[in-house]
Write a protein that binds this ligand. Structure first.
Ligand code: FAD
Length: 296
């Protein structure tokens, strides 16, 4: 499905039967880099439509994102996508990073605003000479040219959004600015995803919206992540997984089962694919693949 790297991700999703993709984060040290590459090599035979690498809130991992995506472009058969945020960058710096992606052979970008410098939930202030919202970064990437651009979408609404309707208008603005596809924040109820798709279609959003899947292998870790997005893990999911609190192996198996059931419901309901938050490990994603009977 994914072999033709001359087509952007937007086109690949439109052309492909189903899109599978994996998200990684930039490693902080050598051990982390080795773990990341073990995961990349373990997942590569599954021929995902693309793999993506997140962009840090600041500091040296930002260069690592460009370097790792470039290495994926040159040393693997995979199609890489680099994330990019407006946080702490002027417009000119953003142009420079887009040029670095291009020079590294990375032609797909996930254009994000990023979280406020004080952390999720604190007030957002744009950098002087920089951009305020993600749609401006989409437009900049399109202006620079040569990129297929994706954006973020939020099944339960972005934590700063004033209403679900406004949230969908924001997604529409990003499409109008040139976004070709969207990927959602993690969520646990298929109905939240289909609600977003329905609101989007009614408002004129036509781009494919890939659901973002986070398998639960550690309940506290997932609860913390959900809190960062201003959400709670639904009580019915917590109850199912927490029933195995004293048995980490059984807890993990239940977490994988919950994610696999969600994936099945999403695909059966017409989702164009699945985007897995891997946390730089392949095991949980491959366990879900096994449950879905997806093979190499
Ligand atoms: P926007 O689309 O700009 O929206 C941000 C807020 O502003 C929303 O509340 C929106 O309703 C509001 N808004 C937008 N436009 C307007 C307007 N014209 N007028 C008024 N209000 C407006 N963060 C990272 O730091 N690095 C990453 O690599 C990263 N990867 C991500 C990947 C995915 C798939 C997702 C879902 C999120 C990711 N994030 C990442 C988190 C993301 O940066 C945050 O959720 C951020 O707070 C919002 O980014 P956005 O691109 O959706 O912003």
């Amino acid at each position: 499905m994914a072999e033709d790297r001359t087509r952007g991700i937007g086109q690949l999703i439109r052309d492909g039967e189903r899109s599978f993709s994996f998200e990684f984060f930039p490693p902080k040290d050598e051990a982390g880099e080795e773990q990341l590459w073990r995961a990349i090599r373990a997942l590569e035979p599954y021929r995902p439509t693309f793999v993506s690498v997140t962009y840090g809130a600041g500091g040296s991992t930002r260069d690592t994102t460009v370097r790792v995506t470039g290495r994926i472009a040159h040393e693997t058969t995979l199609t890489p996508m680099g994330h990019l945020t407006c946080v702490g960058h002027t417009r000119e710096e953003l142009r420079g990073i887009l040029a670095s992606y291009d020079a590294a052979g990375v032609h797909n970008v996930l254009a994000l605003r990023g979280d406020p410098a004080g952390g999720p939930g604190t007030p957002w202030t744009a950098t002087e000479g920089g951009l305020t919202y993600a749609d401006e970064l989409v437009a900049l990437a399109r202006e620079v040219g040569g990129f297929s651009v994706g954006v973020a979408a939020f099944p339960e609404g972005h934590r700063e959004a004033t209403s679900l309707e406004h949230d969908v208008q924001v997604l529409l603005n990003k499409q109008r600015a040139g976004a070709e596809f969207a990927i959602t924040e993690m969520f646990f109820r298929a109905s939240d995803y289909f609600g977003l798709v329905e609101r989007g279609r009614a408002a004129g959003v036509e781009i494919p919206i890939l659901p973002g899947i986070m398998p639960i292998t550690n309940l506290n870790q997932i609860k913390r992540m959900a809190e960062l997005s201003g959400r709670e893990v639904p009580t019915e999911v917590v109850a199912r997984v927490a029933a195995h609190e004293d048995d980490p192996v059984a807890l993990r198996a239940e977490g994988i089962a919950v994610a696999a059931e969600l994936c099945e419901a999403l695909l059966a309901g017409g989702a164009p694919g699945l985007h897995f938050y891997t946390l730089n490990r392949s095991k949980a994603t491959l366990e879900i693949f096994a449950a879905l009977q997806i093979t190499v």
